[in-house]
Each structure stands twice: as C-alpha cells, then as structure tokens.
Design a protein around this ligand. Structure first.
Ligand code: PMV
Ligand code: SF4
Length: 393
C-alpha cells in the first residue's frame, strides 16, 4: 500500500506510540484486503463501549492511548443509561467501570454520546458518496444502503485507529466494484412495520455477506429500511443492500443482474412471528429501539401508549440527542410507565439479564438477545409489544 511521507513518519513513531499503533492497524488491514492507499474519512463511530462486552482488558487498552481524534467521532451504546443507570438495576461496580470507559474515550476527543444511529445527530449527517469508518453493524448498513455513503464494517479498534488518523484504508465498500449487487431477492407480499425486521432476519441467513438487490412490492420508508438492514447484519453479515426504486445508489449504477435469485414468501416472514407465539403474554419485559428510535418511531410509540398504564417493564432505547430534542414526546411516553433509555440498549446492557423473556419488534434484537443476554425473546409487531407491556400476566 502506498503511504505518503507524513503517513510513513506516523508509522515510524515520530508522532508517538498511539498514532504508530493506529497506523499499523490501518496498514495491516489495507495490506490484507489489497488497499492501494489511505483515504480521508468524514467521521468515525466506535463500537466496543459497553463494559459488558469489552471488560477490563478493553478499558485498559483504551486508557493507554494518547492524543486526539482528527475527525468527528462518536461511540456505540454503552452498558447503561449514563444518567439513569440505577433505575435500570445496574450495579455500582459496573457503573464505575462503565464511566471509566466513557472518560477514557472522552480523553481522546470522542463525543461521549453513545448511539447506533449517529446519522440522526448534528455533526454526523452523511451524504451519498461520503467515506466514513463506522463500526456498529446496523449503522454501517444504514450508511451504505439507505444513504449511499461508504464504510466497511469496522471493528472497534480499527474504527478508533481511523478516528485518530482521520483516514481509512481504501478497500471493500469504499470501492465501486464491491458495491454492485451479487444476489437478487424477490418479495411479493405486502410488508409493514416489523415485517421488515422479520424479512431481514430470514434474508440475512440466506444471503450471508453478499450484496442483495431487493425487489419489493411494498414501498419501505427509511425506518423500515433501518429494521431490514439491522436484522440482515445480525442474522447474516450484510453490510450493504439495495432496494430497486428506493435506495439511492442503485439507479446510478452500471451492473449486470445477478445470476442468483432468491424468493422469500409471506409464510417465511410469518414464521418469524409464529416461532415464538407460545411466549405471548409470558414476557416480563418489552424492549423497543433496536436500532435506536428515530423521531418518527418515538411519535408512533407515544400514540400507541396514549391513555395506557403499563403493567410490565417497557424500555424504549434512543440516542440522548433525539430524546432531548423531542423531550415532550419522551414525557408522553413516560407517563404510561415506560422508560426511555439513552446511551444504551437491550443487547449491550447487563440489565436485560435480570429478566426471563423479552418481547421485541426488532429482527436484530430477536437474533442477539437469547445469545448475548441469555433470556428468551419473542418477536412481535410494535402494537403487540405495547399490548404485552400492558398485560398483567
Ligand atoms: C450487537 C451490536 O449492535 C452492539 C455490540 O457491539 P459492541 O459492544 O459495541 O462491540 C454490535 C453490532 O452488531 O455491530
Ligand atoms: S440497539 Fe440494536 S442496533 Fe443498536 S447497538 Fe443495540 S443491538 Fe446494536
């Protein structure tokens, strides 16, 4: 890989050990994947924030780094709401360690808001063609597919390295040739709301890490695409997809129709709901907001909760900036007894482990909750999730 003189100097340690190591990580990845050079990035999103997932080893590594990031950088969800952690049942010890992690990232100049939907935040908006280094898989999918920006699915250390250097290696989804569809997917059923997450859950398993081009008979909104992409990134490892007539890049692209064509039937989507229907009314917690809610989703939840008093725990996960911007909607939601949680989510917080069965409307959460939190998960529409939370069983 070609390095500029300045990049060579960083690599030789002239600017200190942190930048030397960061450059080594970027160059190692670039060499493995055949990158020709490093390219500037507009922003970075760094995963590996929850003390539950990175532990003491992660905390020690981040604390050992020095210097400041060179581009706007932000964190993935942490293991707790940084303000309301005790209401979540988080232990003092966990909270202390989690705060140390956040301070260590803050010392590097990273914005300490913790979210998987940075694209809703001021300073992190993306345009088509922008190059970034983001790491949370649903954020990667949204940036690539819904916006048409360009990012690989970075690991925590590589996103942090890119943030410190302000560049990433030019390979994978930064290059035109890797963005063309390699499999087409036909879905003729009418879809709405959580059907998109269920579709993503099914499709991800069939597609693995390829680039699908969907032909849908329904017209998805950005929130539907967010659910579809998040689920496919979890049940498979899809980092970029296109939807004919909907996502921005496909209309501008020259490509040959993929040889392989998959059809997904309504029954396969329905099966995602049916597979856990025996858990109806049996869950002790309901969690919405995987990925973190958009303003529109918050409004929909507020409407569904109007006039209700909940019997069960209901968590709504959202970024702090969106929650603060729409505080009147948050207040309406919380009147029902629901808890709006910022900086965290049902998957990366150890608080989920205090429950036995979680109802979710997210194909991604449905995929991760049983393994990462060791509790049962039920897949249901947002309306049914709200019903479940109001149910006294
Ligand atoms: C499950 C996930 O959404 C959050 C956990 O990631 P981490 O703890 O931030 O590395 C990560 C992902 O799918 O990219
Ligand atoms: S809410 Fe979902 S998408 Fe966001 S970090 Fe948690 S698991 Fe990932």
């Amino acid at each position: 890989m070609h390095l500029t003189k300045e990049e060579e100097k960083i690599m030789q340690g002239e600017y200190g050990l942190t930048l030397e190591k960061a450059m080594e990580i970027l160059v190692a990845l670039g060499d493995i994947y055949g990158a020709d050079e490093l390219i500037p990035i507009k922003s970075a999103q760094v995963a590996g924030v929850s003390y539950k997932t990175i532990g003491d080893a992660g905390l020690e590594w981040i604390s050992s780094l020095e210097g400041k990031v060179r581009v706007p950088s932000i964190l993935n969800p942490a293991g707790m709401d940084l303000e309301k952690w005790s209401e979540m049942g988080i232990s003092q010890n966990f909270a202390r360690k989690q705060n140390e992690i956040i301070r260590a990232y803050e010392n590097l100049g990273i914005r300490t808001e913790c979210t998987c939907t940075p694209y809703y935040l001021k300073g992190f908006h993306l345009n088509m063609g922008d190059h970034v280094a983001w790491s949370e898989s649903s954020a990667v999918s949204y940036a690539n597919s819904v916006i048409g920006a360009r990012t690989n699915r970075e690991g925590g250390p590589s996103a942090l390295s890119a943030a410190l250097i302000g560049k990433t290696a030019n390979y994978g989804f930064h290059l035109d040739e890797n963005r063309v569809p390699s499999v087409s997917v036909n879905v003729e059923s009418d879809l709405k709301g959580s059907d998109y997450g269920a579709l993503g859950y099914v499709a991800g398993k069939l597609i693995s890490n390829r680039v699908p081009l969907f032909f849908l008979s329904s017209k998805p909104e950005p929130d539907d695409l967010k659910s579809l992409g998040a689920a496919m990134a979890a049940s498979g490892s899809v980092a970029l997809y296109h939807v004919d007539g909907v996502t921005p890049e496909i209309g501008h692209m020259h490509f040959e129709m993929p040889d392989e064509n998959i059809t997904i039937e309504k029954e396969q989507i329905q099966e995602v709901y049916d597979s856990t229907s025996e858990l109806r009314s049996r869950c002790d917690i309901v969690a919405i907001g995987c990925p973190h809610c958009s303003p529109g989703e918050l409004e929909e939840i507020a409407d569904l909760l109007e006039g209700r008093r909940l019997k069960k725990e209901l968590w709504i996960c959202v970024s702090r900036e969106v929650a603060e911007r729409y505080s009147h909607i948050v207040d309406m939601i919380e009147e029902s007894g629901a808890k709006v949680m910022c900086d965290t989510c049902m998957v990366v917080s150890p608080a989920s482990e205090n429950y036995e069965c979680m109802a979710v409307n997210s194909g991604k959460a449905f995929n991760y909750v049983p393994g990462m939190c060791r509790l049962k998960a039920r897949y249901a529409s947002i309306e049914e999730c709200i019903e479940e939370a109001g149910d006294s069983n």
